[in-house]
Design a protein around this ligand. Sequence first.
Ligand SMILES: [Ca+2]
Ligand SMILES: [Ca+2]
Length: 489
Amino acid sequence: MLLLLFALFQGSQGGGFDRCGTDDRCDLIGANLDGNNIVLPKGKEYIETSSKDNCACQCKTWGPECKAWTWIIHSKRCYLKTRAARPQFGAAFANYISGQKECQCVTDANNCIESGLRYDTVPGGADILDKILITSAIGCSCACHRLRNCLVWTFNKNVVKYGKSECTLMARATTRVQEAGFDSAVVNCDYVSRPSVCVSGWTEFKGACYFLQQEKKDWDSANAACQLQQPKKFNAQLTSILNDEEYKFLQKMAGSSEFWMGANRQPRTWYLPREKWFWEWTDGSNWKYTKWAHGEPNGHAGRQFCGAANWSNTKLWDDNSCDEAKKISICKYRIAPAVPAKSCADPKLLESSRITCTASSEYSGDWGCQKAFDGEAPCNQNWPYSGTSWATKGEGVGAWIKAEFVEVITIKKLRIKQRFSMVEQSSGIEIAFDGGVKKDFKLGVKGCYSWNIINLSEPVATRTMKIRISSVYAKVNNGFKEIEIYGCI
Ligand SMILES: [Ca+2]
Ligand SMILES: [Ca+2]
């Protein structure tokens, strides 16, 4: 008996750890996976666990029923889930960490990491989105990709706690400092989390999108306004200017006006000797190309820390007081180069948790766009309140639903189920993928008893998919019961 206990003890200490081997590269930080809780013994829906690793472990060892987990930091509650629903982000979930049993880490770290570099930050400053303990630099990179508005990460191997090191996630590039034991990267060196086209209102030029802000603003407010420009998640910054060609393009955009650019000097300490000046681009681009006017930057009165372009008669650059309100500022975000489609011999159903969505309209929260990607497609009316479909508010032709994925997916096949009611059936759709690729399809199957199956003649690599209804059999509140996406990651 004692021997058996001993064996069990050994199993849980040694083998248990190996079997769990949680992978924090995949964590969704500040995210909740709503619902789909496994009901535990005594009707409880959660287990109290000391760490998110322990929670992930519970899921791994639970058996096939557990597909995902959510752990709440302050209450230490661990919820095991039968399905990874669409993640919820936002202030209410700042204390939540979620993950899936199967780990897939989105990262561009191999292209981006700079060793021996840290980004310096003000402790507790608004630039810091999160500080976490994590196992590897790649993990830190993944966490940054998973966290909305994360632009820069720094991984500090000099700190080791519980076998993990410190990972700081930041909203903008701050002072770069050479220091051993650090790895850092700027997310926008990658293409994975970037869109492939400029959204409307932005002008495309050589792999980036630009927006002219025509409201009087000081440098910091102008940069903050860039970050708030739609779509927010691209985290636009005041523009960097990296060569003559780009500068000429921006000068054309600004006309004859002087404008704020992303150049700024760190640290903003008055009367700092010139050899300690450190100029940088707020979007993290390398500081190489400059176009200073004669005698600039002069740090006038010891306190000019921000860069303006198209200055005065010279039309070159000047360092200026960051507090000065300028009429014009220009924002920039990078876009992705086209990604080649994979061969994808074994297409798999894309999980809901990898999809976020928007739509031209939603009948109500119970018929929101996420209902088309929630994995539920029972063929009944679900009247009155528990919709399993996306429904528009009175739309037919022209209605659209757009899915965005957390990484580039090569799509091979779709299955689409229409809504229950025969007076809400669509007959044709146009599907648009990244890079303006569009395809038309007929929907021959009405109602929700069977699927419309759409095989793509060529697989498409994309981060977004927008389905627009192009013709209808009949219209009330058209929409879709479910859209299944099959492909490879
Ligand atoms: Ca100056
Ligand atoms: Ca559904």
